[in-house]
Ligand binder design. Structure first.
Ligand code: GLN
Length: 427
C-alpha cells in the first residue's frame, strides 16, 4: 500500500520535472543562487508517515510560508479579538508586497500579505526582538517536529534590502496598527522569513494544521483547533495571493506559498503536503509547486469540497433488549448533521419503545453541538412520557462538566441503563 502511494507521488512529480518555466527570485543574491532544477515533494499522513519524492531533503528559506504560522501564534497568544482589531481577513487581490491597508479600517486586509504579516509579528508577545523571535522560532519548530535553523545570509540580505517592507511597517505605525519600533518588528519578520525548511518539514507543519494543532510525529498539541480553523480560513481565501480563486477551484486545499520556492498545502483532517521548486511565476508562486498540487488534488481526490456521499449513518445497530427498551448503538465521529439524524430517527420510532438507550462507547469524536443535542434528547422524550438514557463508559462523549443544564442521565454500562429502564417501565 505504502509503495503504491510512493509510486503515485513519484509519477506525479516526474510528470512536472521537465517543466522549466518561471524564474528564481532575484531580489537578493542568496535566492538567485537557488538551483532551478531542484524539485522536492513530501506528503505526511495524519499519523505522521511521510512519503518523499525528489529533493525532499533540500533546505530553503520558508519566506512567506511563515505568515500563516505567525498569524496562528498571534491568535494563540493574544486571542482573536486583539488580532482582529489589527488585521482583517479579506482577500486583497493585490501583490504580496503591496503598500496598502483597508480604506476605511486602515488595517492590513489580511495576514497573508506583507502588511498583515508584519502586523502579526508585532502582536507576538516579547519585550525584545530576540524574545519575540524565540517564540516564533519555537512555534514553527514544534509544528515541524524539529528545531529549524536560520539562514543568516538570507536574513542579512533581507534586512539590507527591505525598503519596501520598511515602507509598509512605517505606514502601519502611522495608522496605529503597529505598536513599538517598526525596525524591531521588521528585524523579527526578516528572521522568520529566513528560517530554513525542507519540503518534508512543510508537509509536517501542514499536517499539524490538518490535525487541528497536534503535531503528527510528536503527538504534542501546538495550538488549539479554533486557532487552526481561523488560520486555515485565511489560507483558503488569501494564501495564494491574487491566484486564490483559481487555486481553491482547481486544488481545493488551504495553502501558502513563499518566494523561496516552497508551497504548503493542508487537507483538513487528512494530510499535509510540502513542495519545493524555486522557479516562480509572476505572482511569486512556485510554478511546478502549483502544478504538482493541481495534479495531486485531481488524481488523489484531495479537494476539500469533494462531496463523495451523504454522511454515512452514525447508527451502527438498533435492537430491543427487552420489551419496550430499544438500544441505539452509535459510532464514528458525531457532528451536528449526524446528531440531527440520530435524534430524528429516535423520535420517529418513539411509538415502538418506552425507553430509548443511546450506547456511545464507539463514538470516536464529538463536537459541542452534537453533544448538546444528545444531552437534550431526554427532555424531548420525557415530554412524550418516554425515557432516554445515555451509556458512556469512558466519559469521553459526556464528561461530567458538559452535562450541566441538561437533564441527561448517563450510565457507565448498558446493564445499568437496562436495569433502570426496566424499573421505569414497571413503575
Ligand atoms: N521576505 C519576502 C518579503 O517579505 C517574502 C515574500 C514572499 O515569500 N512572498 O518580501
Amino acid at each position: 500500500m505504502a509503495e503504491l502511494v510512493q509510486q503515485y507521488l513519484d509519477q506525479i512529480r516526474d510528470e512536472h520535472a521537465g517543466d522549466t518555466e518561471g524564474a528564481v527570485a532575484d531580489y537578493i543574491p542568496e535566492l538567485a543562487n537557488a538551483d532551478p532544477t531542484e524539485f522536492g515533494l513530501s506528503l505526511s499522513s495524519s499519523d505522521g508517515f511521510v512519503y518523499e519524492s525528489g529533493d525532499a531533503a533540500t533546505e530553503f528559506t520558508i519566506q512567506s510560508i511563515s505568515k500563516p504560522f505567525t498569524y496562528a501564534l498571534a491568535l494563540d497568544q493574544v486571542g482573536q479579538d486583539v488580532v482582529d482589531a489589527k488585521i482583517g481577513v479579506e482577500p486583497s487581490g493585490e501583490a504580496f508586497n503591496e503598500i496598502s491597508v483597508d480604506d476605511t479600517t486602515k488595517r492590513p486586509k489580511n495576514p497573508m500579505i506583507n502588511a498583515g504579516a508584519i502586523a502579526a509579528v508585532s502582536l507576538v508577545p516579547g519585550t525584545t526582538p530576540d524574545e519575540r523571535f524565540a517564540r516564533i522560532h519555537e512555534f514553527y519548530s514544534r509544528c515541524a517536529g524539529r528545531k529549524l535553523d536560520i539562514d543568516h545570509d538570507v536574513y542579512a540580505s533581507e534586512k539590507a534590502t527591505g525598503s519596501r517592507n520598511r515602507a509598509i511597517a512605517y505606514m502601519l505605525q502611522s495608522f496605529g496598527v503597529l505598536d513599538g519600533d517598526p525596525d524591531e518588528v521588521l528585524d523579527v519578520y526578516f528572521r522568520q522569513c529566513s528560517l530554513r525548511v525542507t519540503s518534508t518539514d512543510l508537509a509536517r507543519m501542514a499536517t499539524t494544521l490538518a490535525r487541528g494543532g497536534v503535531n503528527p510525529c510528536t503527538g504534542r498539541r501546538v495550538t488549539d483547533s479554533a486557532v487552526v480553523q481561523r488560520t486555515l480560513s485565511v489560507m483558503v481565501t488569501c494564501g495564494m495571493y491574487d491566484a486564490a480563486g483559481d487555486w481553491v477551484s482547481a486544488v481545493g486545499m488551504p495553502a501558502k506559498s513563499g518566494v523561496g520556492g516552497g508551497i504548503v498545502a493542508v487537507l483538513p483532517g487528512q494530510l499535509g503536503i510540502g513542495v519545493y521548486s524555486p522557479l516562480l511565476d509572476a505572482k511569486g508562486n512556485s510554478v511546478r509547486g502549483v502544478r504538482v498540487c493541481r495534479s495531486l488534488s485531481a488524481r488523489l481526490g484531495l479537494h476539500f469540497l469533494t462531496v463523495t456521499r451523504e454522511s454515512s449513518s452514525t447508527i451502527r445497530a438498533r435492537y430491543d433488549l427487552c420489551e419496550g427498551v430499544r438500544v441505539y448503538e452509535l459510532h464514528g465521529d458525531l457532528l451536528f448533521a449526524g446528531a440531527e439524524q440520530v435524534l430524528r430517527t429516535v423520535e420517529n420510532e418513539r411509538g415502538d419503545y418506552d425507553v430509548a438507550i443511546l450506547e456511545l462507547s464507539r463514538i470516536d469524536d464529538i463536537n459541542g453541538a452534537a453533544r448538546n443535542m444528545l444531552a437534550g434528547l431526554r427532555t424531548d422524550l420525557t415530554a412524550m412520557n418516554k425515557e432516554g438514557f445515555l451509556v458512556d463508559p469512558d466519559h469521553k462523549v459526556m464528561p461530567a462538566d458538559t452535562r450541566q443544564g441538561h437533564h441527561a442521565i448517563v450510565f457507565d454500562s448498558l446493564d445499568d441503563a437496562v436495569q433502570v429502564a426496566k424499573e421505569f417501565r414497571a413503575g
